[in-house]
Design a binder for this molecule. Sequence first.
Ligand code: NAP
Length: 281
Amino acid sequence: MSLPESYTLTILGAGVMGSAVLSAILKSKPTPFPGKIYCCTGSQASAERLQTTYGDSIYTTYGADNIEPVRNADLIILGCKPYMCQSIIDDVKEALNDKKIVISLLAGWTIEQISVGMGTPFIARVMTNTPAKYGCGTAIVSFSPGLQGSQFEEIRKAVMALVDTVGMALELPEKNMDAATSLVGSGPAFVLLMMQALAEGGVRMGIPYEVSKKCAAKVMEGTAKMVMESGQHPEALKSMVCTPGGTTIGGLMILEDKGVRGAISRSVEEAADIAARLGKK
Ligand SMILES: NC(=O)c1ccc[n+]([C@@H]2O[C@H](COP(=O)([O-])OP(=O)(O)OC[C@H]3O[C@@H](n4cnc5c(N)ncnc54)[C@H](OP(=O)(O)O)[C@@H]3O)[C@@H](O)[C@H]2O)c1
């Protein structure tokens, strides 16, 4: 099984995340590339805004007109808010069938819930984050049991290629999705807190805020790049920066004394626990 040549992609709920993914797809042109892209919204204003932004590379609809794009879709990206999703699905129910492939961006909705709602066994559940808007997103993808097996390899590859356009896509089993919601979805907020703390440290020592903020951001970006490109363990790279008796080891000891390492790790645990509780409601 594979996606048809020039397949039709419908983004049902093309808001912040839906249009971040759309921008990434249009920019990166993954293979296979959709022949037609529909963006469905709840209002005329949003549909017009999208049409103005993306021009004739997309078709937009809203309200009752969303039924046709869903009927024509080979692949649907679900990008609506979780609490609105059931009523949005109900509105387009007549256009759904058990052949459609669905990529869900919804936080908290399990593969089972999406599969029952959308009436198809072919589900990819994705957790991504806001840096996707800048082509630097992280995405975790879990496939439904209906998409396991070698006959679905082409589809899984096509989905991974599509999602990878946001920055980086990695596959994990669904049991890791609450942790992914925390690490990937909430991660940018945790990193922003660390970035702001670094910047304020610079300000405390006399560096103007704007310069300090840019330095903090670039230090984090550069360090991340160093880890990704060298493939080395962060602890090994860290110890290389620690001159005996020097500044860095002194600063690190304060961080360890204050329990910063444990606090950051526990923040991932806490957010994952909350994601699990929200999923059960
Ligand atoms: N934002 C994040 O940081 C983030 C991170 C990770 C995951 N997510 C997940 O991504 C999903 C989308 O979040 P978001 O922040 O992108 O939401 P959003 O910006 O509010 O987008 C929701 C979209 O759904 C559309 N919509 C409303 N009613 C509709 C209807 N009846 N038919 C079709 N479309 C309709 C909205 O159109 P109108 O503008 O016309 O109302 C809008 O385009 C959520 O499930 C969330 O869990 C978000």
